[in-house]
Design a protein around this ligand. Structure first.
Ligand SMILES: [Zn+2]
Length: 230
C-alpha cells in the first residue's frame, strides 16, 4: 500500500523507504526531500499515538528536526486501511507531546521515558487525510492543505504555539463564518495558557489578521471571518 503512496507535500513523487540503518526517518521523497516517519495502529485511531523517547522528541521539536508523521490506521479483520493521514512536522509543539510514566524498575529498559503524540491538540489542518474512513481523498486537497500551513515553518515555538492555539479555537467553534467576539470566548482559556500575556484580546485580533494575511482565513466583511480550509 505504501509503495503507492505519493508524497503529501509535493504530490509528484512516491515516498521511498530509507535503508534500515538510517535512524532519521522511515521514508523520504526524492522530489522535495521531505522525510516521513511511519506509525501504524490497528482498530480505532484514538487520541494518542505512541512515540519514542520523550527527551528525544522534545529536542527534535525545539531544533525543528522532527520528521513528518504518516499515520496508518487499519482494520485488522480484513487488513483494510481505514485512515491514512500525515501530520506535517510544523505542527509539533511541546503541547502535542505527552510524557509517559517511566518504565518500571523490573523492565529491561528500567526508567526509560517514552511519549505520546496527542492528536486532540493538533488542529484538523494538521491532520491531512490521504484516506478518511476508507475513502481515498483527492490528492489535490491533500497537497493544497499541506501548502496552506507551511507558513508555520521556521516560526519560533512561541509564535507557532499562538497560531495553533487560535486554529484550535476556531475549530472548536464549528462555524462556517465567525466573528471576533466568537473567538473572544476563549479569552480565559488562552490567558491560562499564556499567563504572561496581559492583552489576550489584542493578541487574538492580531493572530486572526495574521492568519488572514497568510490565506488561512478569509475576511468576509462586516467583521466576519471564514475558514478557507477544505
Ligand atoms: Zn515530495
Amino acid at each position: 500500500m505504501l509503495r503507492e503512496a505519493y508524497c503529501p507535500s509535493c504530490g509528484r513523487q512516491p515516498v521511498v523507504k530509507y535503508p534500515n540503518n538510517k535512524p532519521v526517518a522511515d521514508f523520504f521523497c526524492v522530489g522535495c526531500s521531505e522525510e516521513y516517519e511511519l506509525k501504524s495502529k490497528n482498530g480505532l485511531v484514538g487520541n494518542k499515538i505512541v512515540d519514542g523517547a520523550y527527551r528525544t522528541m522534545l529536542e527534535k521539536i525545539l531544533l525543528e528536526t522532527a520528521p513528518n508523521f504518516l499515520f496508518l490506521n487499519y482494520d485488522p479483520q480484513n487488513l483494510k486501511v481505514n485512515n491514512f493521514f500525515v501530520i506535517p512536522k510544523h505542527f509539533f509543539t511541546t503541547e502535542v507531546v505527552e510524557k509517559r510514566k517511566p518504565l518500571s524498575p523490573t523492565a529491561r529498559r528500567a526508567g526509560w521515558v517514552g511519549c505520546n503524540i496527542l492528536l486532540k491538540n493538533i488542529p484538523a489542518s494538521g491532520k491531512i487525510h490521504l484516506i478518511r474512513d476508507g475513502v481515498i481523498q483527492p490528492q489535490e486537497d491533500v497537497t493544497s492543505t499541506w501548502r496552506k500551513t507551511l507558513f508555520l515553518r521556521g516560526q519560533s515555538i512561541e509564535k507557532k504555539g499562538w497560531f495553533i492555539d487560535i486554529m484550535n479555537c476556531i475549530e472548536k467553534l464549528q462555524l462556517k463564518t465567525f466573528t471576533l467576539s466568537d473567538v473572544y470566548q476563549f479569552e480565559k482559556e488562552l490567558a491560562l495558557k499564556h499567563p504572561l500575556n496581559k492583552h489576550i484580546r489584542d493578541k487574538i485580533r492580531q493572530q486572526l489578521q495574521m492568519l488572514r494575511d497568510r490565506n488561512y482565513l478569509e475576511f468576509t466583511g462586516k467583521g466576519t471571518y471564514s475558514c478557507l480550509r477544505e
